[in-house]
Every structure is written in C-alpha cells, then in structure tokens.
Design a protein around this ligand. Structure first.
Ligand code: B3K
Ligand code: ZN
Length: 867
C-alpha cells in the first residue's frame, strides 16, 4: 500500500490496498455445492450459477460474493426474490436462516478477455483460468481457497464449433439440442476451491491412453490438442504415466478420479494449471518433437506435466487456506517435481540446473526491492507472488526438512500430512507440524525460513592443528524491505573434509548451523584437509569461504560429490571474473584452463556434468556477485575468459563439438553429448569468431534436432558474420508457420550478445509476427531482452525506455504478464548512478501511466520503495 508519508507525490490509489495475512478470518458462509450452467459462445456466454450456502457459526452478516467485471442479470434466493445490492464489484445478499440456494446469472464476453483470466478465447477454443481470482470473472462467488464445494457443470454450445466439451471430474451426460447445439454435463465429486474450476470447449483431438493404478483401477488419460499437433504429444503422455507411477512409489499417492484430461492452449499466462481432472497447459509444455523441441524443452515438459499431476495431492486434495500459504502447495510440488526429474535423469545435473535457476532468479529477488518471505505477510495483487521465492526457495525449504529428517521419516511425515489434511484447506504451519510430529524434532527455529526473507550468507573457514580440524561458521541474514535485525536460521550443511593428497574423503557430516557463530570440530584428521561444504547445495545460501584458488582447483579435480565438483570450478571462474571486473584487468585463466582440461578429460564424469561445469558463468551471475554492476566490464571479462579457455583448449573442444548424438537419442547420455558440444562450440567461437561462425553454421546445417540447431544459432546470434543472417533467415523460413518454434527465433535475437541487439529488438517489436496478445511471444522477445544484462543496461538508457513502453502497452491488455516484465528495472540500486537514475525514471514513467493495473502498480511502487 502506498504510504503517503513516505512519498508525498505518490498518486492516490485507494483501490490498490494491501491485504494482510494477520487479517485472515474464516468465511461467514460456506458454499457446499456449486451448480453451473453455461451457454457458450465466444462473443457472449451466459452463466447461471446456483450456490448451496450454509452459515458458518452464529452471526447475522450477509453473503458477500466477489465479482470482477460482472453485472448481475438475475439474483434469486431459494428460487424467489432476493434482497441484494452491489458494493463496488461485490454482490451482497441478505439471507434469513442458516442455509439457502443462491442463484445468479451474468453475461460474459470470452473474446474480449485479453487478461486471459476467467473464461477466454484462444485460437478458436474457449478455456478458463481461475487461479488465483479468475473465478469471479465468470460468476459471482466468494472465490477464496478455503471454501470447498462439489461442482456440477452443464455446458451447451454449437456442436460444429465446439464439438468437445470438457470440465472437471466425470462426464455424466451428453446429448443433442436444437439448432445444431449439444450439451455435456460434468460432475466433480471431490470438494474443491473455486480456483480449481475449469472448462474447455473446442475442436480438439485426443491422444488417448490409460493407466492402471497400484490398486488396479483403470484411469483414462487424454491429451487434447488440435488435430495437427497430435504427433507431438507422445512425450507428454509418457511423462504423465511416469509421474502417476512415481507418485505411487515415492509418496504412496494414487490418482482418484477415473479420468485425467490435459488440454494444450496457445495463449496462456504461465506454464500450466492443475485444475481438478482437467489440467490446462500452455502448449509450450505439451508439444514436442525432434524437429522443434530442444532437450531442455523435453525436460521442461516432463517436469511441468509431473508438477501439475502432483498437485492432485499437494494442492487439490490438500489445498491452501489463503493465498499467503501458496508455498504450501507450490514449494512442496516443485520439490516433488524436482525429485521426479532427478529420478528420471541425472541426479547431479538436475540439481545443478535447479540451483542455477534459484541463483539466477530467486537470489536476485531476495536481494532486491521485491524481496518477500516464502510465506508473505501482505500483498496488493496475489498474482505478483507466484515468484521464485514462493516456488523455488519454497522447494528448498522442503528439501532441507527432508535432509534434517532423513528420507524415511520425511515419507512418514508426508503420509501424516496427506492423511490428516485430506479434503482440507491447510497452512504452511500445518505442514511443518506434521514434519515435527512424525520426525520427533522441534522445528521452531526452522520456521524462520518461512517468515524471514533474504538469502543468508555463511562465512566459513577451516583450520587444522594436530589431529583436529576446526570449522568456523558465521551466519548473517541480510535486511530486506520491511524486515531487519533477523534471527539466525537453521542451516543444514552437508560437509566433507577431503584429503588434499589422495582426494579421499576423511570425514563427512551434516552440520546443523543454528547459531550466529558456531564451531565444529572434526577429530582424527591427520593432515590439513580440503573443505567441501554445502554439498548438493543442501541449503539455499551463499557461502563465503577463504579457500585458496588452489583448493578450489583440487576440489574441481576430485571432490566425490558431483555437485561440489561443479561448484568448485564455477567458483574458481567467478573469482577470476570478479577480480578482473574490479581491477579492470584480464581474468587470470591458467588455473581455470587446467581445471577445464581435467574436467573434459575425466572419463568418470557424464557429459552433461562436464558441460555444466565448464560453462563460463553468465553475465547476470557475475553481476549478482558485485556490489555495483558495470555491465560493460562484466561483458568484457566474461568474453575474455571464454576466449582464453577456447584458445587454450581448442583441440579438446573441437573433439567435444564433433561428438554429437542422433536427434532421436533422448537418453541421458545423448542429451549430455548435445549439451557439451553446444558449450564447446560457444567457447571455440569466443576464441576465434571467424572459425566459430563457420563451425556454427555447419553445426546448424547438419543438425537433425532442435537442440543442435538452437545451440548453433545461439552462438551465431552473438557474431557479426554472414553465417549469422543466413542461419536466422533459414530458421525463419522453416518455422514461420509454427508459432511455438518461432518464439525461439525471437528469443535468440533478444538474448544475443551483440552490440546492435537493442536496435534489433526495437525493430522486432514492429515485426508482423510479434504480438503482445500472446504471452509466449511477449516473453520471448521482451522477457529475454530484459534479462540480457549487457544490452538492456546500455548506458544510453534506451533499453529502459523500451521496456517501460512495452510494460505500459502490455498492461492495457494483460496486467499479469506485464507485471512480470518489471523486475529488471527494479534492480536500479545495483547500477552506477547514471544508469540508476535512468532506470528510476523509466519506473516513474510507468507509474504515471493512466489506468495502471494494480499488478504493475505494486511491482513498480515497490521497486521505487514507495510501497
Ligand atoms: N498453480 C498454477 C499457477 C497459477 C498462477 C496464477 N497466477 C500453476 C502451477 O504452479 O502449477
Ligand atoms: Zn504449481
């Protein structure tokens, strides 16, 4: 909320008020059952709803139903007249007695719904998105997650246009109507909150399959897409079946309905949605074939399919009491999907990828003006809180609890949680209590992870005397907006001491750091050991260690923990890069080159791990470690280190680049080879752009799969060579009819490390294939541009102006998606005063725009520290 005392000039925005967790109150009225009737048409849909409501406790307060952009055409109570009034957009109904049936009718316009919340039209389909507060754009309803109801849904529509009619649960009836219309009636027997409601109508074809559950029940599975996309649904279907089996085996969770439907739509605000029995997906996370999807796309599809499926228990059967508890379902479900993917592929590589996302997105969030705790205390627009903190840091909290409890006890604790809270709307506190009870542990201090924002920093040093090694640890939790003077956290650190001579582990321990200052002694250590700490990234923190470069080189060569080995080489590179930026010198490359050479030559390491370890940290990652970011200096240092590695190891890298895998080989080894050859190509081109351009073009031309094609284009995107334009033109020609794949063409150009990228992006905003109406396209171009540190932070400030313009325009169509473009501007405190002033000016331009949504208002005012 804007505090006028802090900012006397802030425009009054009384409608943009904050909601506080401490104000939670149980609902005055329950809704036990919802009966909906839809007469569906893109231009005008009639919605009639009958809510069976029941008073909660003794009071004489009326029923308050939320509406968003709705006008009541009819309001009835128990089939007769009603006493009602509008209070803003809410409908207030006076009720006598303890129970009633409340009927309302509204007319909505799916084809005018550019927010993609509620019922909207996408490519000839009608579909819904209700989480968090979209149901109130369909019908009047309390629309809060602690009200669970059974649903029945009657859908009527023109049969030619909408031959397939889907909703949650089971189809119980269907038939013909007059004038070419038909109907379907669906019932969902599992009580659910309104945010899990869904329907879809359209001309769809199914990839139909089935799954037999652990108790022998046969479940029908369908993935619904446009007919032409059917051949691209096989991978998603396999991922669904794998997920169903995995949840049975690992968590004992069986699917409950007899039918599980997935629908892919092209216009979608985020990845996918876990509506009960009817998941709706961004088509990007369903459709894949060798020609159009990269290995990363394949992995992301499996991860998202699993994530949404796992929500059936962690989210749907046990849901959230209020939106402050969002991490209860999201953190836990991300953790579950991460483990699933680890089990399905390479444990270490998947962990590295997840930690990379955490560091690239969540750490900056935790360290900026939008920092918030995993269980936030307030929000203006809840949609802004579907963040890396709630999702990814939330997942780390669950992972830490599992580490502390051990896997078997953790499983007993999740059993307790699911059994105790099945059919309920629960809180993060409920989850932690189950961990405590089943684990017989006291997690009082651990709960701080839910309430304290900011990434803890832990300083570590190791000394050795006689046969004792002494590990000294100091933790500090930084101040964040609205939070200072924080308490020490519980930080589980998987630690090992390693022989500097033989590489053998001398001691291994889970150190539980609970104090601000703590000492751990290791006895019986006869030699000065190497310190391997936060192995597997057991805690989401920043380690500051006084280890010498030579120690990191040794760990990079033989730490037996694959993650720690990767980490040592990355840390070694980062140190050289930071020194180079700070001192204005060239990075010292010798130690790094030796470590990269070792890594490439080590036959015990899987190819994907090599690729992760030798990849020079991104410019954003380097910037994150600097007090004040100089984007040009960071760019130069990174390019120099990459060039030095490429030059020194040209033969080894050429060999890796030449070692491909057939496009249909989707094994861990095949994917790893492709990943490594892409990284190798980048390093070669960094050292010799001309030879790199030729090799990249050959890499592109010979590719029989999108991973190789995209890797080549990525390298070419940064070069000033004729091969670049030729390859981009060829890509456009080949994929211009395939919207999903064309997103890559936009994304690669926006992410390009090339001085004229700013002009190219500006030009692309006027390209006939660019549209702000499609969130994938907007993110491909503008999202990637905002993440391109060197280009976006062009000293002229033109990058900031371009983003501000895009945010203002996008906000008129789709506030949720527009708000997500704002964070790069919010990082102005990290840049030198000239850039910082320009970034603030861009934020102020956005704030001054007429009719700003509360989504964008919240992000911008917080970025300027006004809220
Ligand atoms: N639960 C949805 C996210 C909804 C976002 C609403 N703004 C997808 C997911 O996390 O599984
Ligand atoms: Zn989720």
């Amino acid at each position: 909320m804007v505090d006028a005392r802090m900012n006397p000039e802030a425009p009054p925005a009384p409608e943009h008020t904050a909601i506080y967790r401490k104000d939670y109150q149980a609902p005055d009225w329950w809704v036990r059952h919802v009966a909906l009737e839809f007469d569906l048409c893109a231009a005008s849909t009639m919605v009639r709803s009958t809510l069976s409501v029941e008073k909660n406790g003794e009071h004489d307060r009326p029923l308050r139903l939320a509406g968003d952009d709705l006008r009541p055409l009819e309001v009835m109570v128990d089939g007769g007249e009603a006493r009602w009034a509008l209070d803003g957009s809410d409908l207030i109904i006076e009720l006598d007695g303890n129970a009633a049936k409340v009927t309302t009718s509204v007319e909505i316009h799916p084809d005018r719904n550019s927010q993609l919340m509620g019922l909207y039209a996408s490519g000839g389909l009608l579909c819904t998105q209700c989480e968090s507060e979209g149901f109130r754009r369909i019908t009047f309803h309390p629309d809060r997650p602690d009200i669970l109801s059974t649903y029945e849904v009657m859908m009527r529509a023109d049969k030619a246009r909408f031959p397939i009619l889907l909703a949650n649960g089971n189809k119980v009836e269907e038939g013909e109507l007059d004038e070419g219309r038909h109907f379907a009636r669906w019932e969902d027997p599992f009580p659910k909150p309104s945010y899990l409601f869904a329907l879809v109508a359209g001309d769809l074809a199914a990839n139909a399959d089935s799954f037999t559950t652990m108790n022998g029940r046969l479940i029908d599975l369908n993935i619904w897409v446009r007919e032409k996309d059917l051949p691209r649904t096989g991978h998603a279907m396999q991922a669904l079946k794998d997920s169903m089996r995995w949840d049975e085996e690992v968590y004992g969770r069986e699917y409950d309905l007899d039918l599980f439907n997935i629908v892919a739509v092209d216009d979608f605000n985020f990845g996918a949605m876990e509506n009960k029995g009817l998941n709706v997906f961004n088509s990007r996370f369903i459709l894949a074939d060798q020609d159009s999807a990269t290995d990363d796309d394949y992995d992301a599809i499996a991860g998202v399919v699993a994530h949404e499926y796992f929500h059936n228990w962690s989210g749907n059967r046990v849901t959230c009491r209020d939106w402050f508890q969002l991490s209860l379902k999201e953190g836990f479900t991300v953790f579950r999907d991460q483990c699933f993917s680890q089990d399905m592929s390479s444990e270490a590589v998947k962990r590295i990828e997840d930690v990379r996302v955490l560091r690239a997105v969540q750490f900056p969030e935790d360290n900026g003006p939008l920092a918030h705790s995993v269980r936030p205390d307030s929000y203006i627009e809840i949609t802004n809180f579907y963040t890396a903190t709630v999702y990814n840091k939330g997942a780390e909290l669950i992972r830490m609890m599992r580490t502390i409890l051990g896997p078997d006890t953790f499983r007993a604790a999740t059993d307790l949680y699911f059994d105790r809270h099945d059919g309920e709307a629960a809180t993060c506190e409920d989850f932690v209590r189950c961990m405590e009870e089943a684990g017989g542990v006291d997690l009082t201090q651990f709960r701080l992870w839910y309430s304290q924002a900011g990434t803890p920093k832990v300083r570590v040093s190791l000394t050795h005397e006689g046969s004792t090694a002494k590990l000294t640890l100091q933790q500090e939790v930084p101040d964040t907006p609205g939070q200072s003077d924080k308490q020490p956290m519980v930080i589980p650190l998987k630690t090992a001491l390693i022989s500097a001579q033989s590489g053998a582990p001398l001691a291994e321990r889970l150190v539980l750091l609970t104090e601000a200052d703590q000492v751990e002694l290791f006895e019986g250590i006869e030699e000065a050991p190497l310190l391997s700490i936060n192995r597997d990234f057991s805690a989401p923190i920043i380690i500051e260690s006084a280890r010498e470069d030579s120690e990191l080189e040794a760990l990079a060569a033989f730490d037996d923990n694959a993650f720690a080995r990767f980490e040592a080489l990355q840390e070694l590179m980062l140190r050289q890069l930071i020194r180079a930026v700070e001192d204005g010198t060239s990075p010292k490359a010798d130690g790094v080159i030796a470590a990269v050479r070792n890594t490439l030559a080590d036959e015990r390491l899987e190819a994907a791990l090599k690729a992760e370890a030798i990849n020079v940290p991104s410019e954003a990652m380097i910037g994150e470690r600097l007090e004040l970011i100089d984007p040009d200096a960071v760019h130069r240092a990174r390019a120099e280190l990459a060039a030095a590695i490429g030059g020194a190891l040209m033969d080894e890298l050429k060999a890796a680049q030449a070692d491909g895998a057939p496009g249909d080989d989707l094994s861990v080894a095949g994917k790893g080879k492709r990943k490594l050859r892409g990284v190798a190509l980048g390093l070669i081109a960094a050292s010799d752009p001309q030879a790199g351009a030729q090799l990249a073009k050959a890499h592109y031309d010979a590719a029989d799969n999108m991973t190789d094609r995209q890797a080549a284009l990525k390298v070419l995107s940064g070069l000033d060579a004729p091969e670049r334009d030729a390859a981009f033109d060829a890509f456009y020609e080949r994929y211009c009819g395939d919207s999903l794949t064309l997103d890559k063409w936009f994304a690669l150009q926006a992410a390009a490390q090339r001085a004229d990228t700013l002009e190219i992006v500006a030009r692309l905003t006027a390209h006939p294939d660019f549209t702000m109406k499609n969130p994938n396209r907007l993110r491909a171009l503008i999202g990637n541009f905002g993440a391109n540190q060197w280009i976006f932070h062009d000293g002229s400030g033109r990058g900031y102006d371009l983003l501000a313009r895009m945010v203002i325009e996008a906000d008129r169509l789709n506030p949720q998606v527009a708000a997500r473009l704002v964070p790069p501007l919010g990082r102005w405190r990290r840049y030198e005063p000239g850039r910082a002033a320009k970034m603030k000016a861009a934020l102020e331009t956005i704030l001054a725009a007429e009719g700003l949504s509360k989504d964008v208002f919240e992000q911008v005012s917080k970025s300027l520290s006004l809220a």
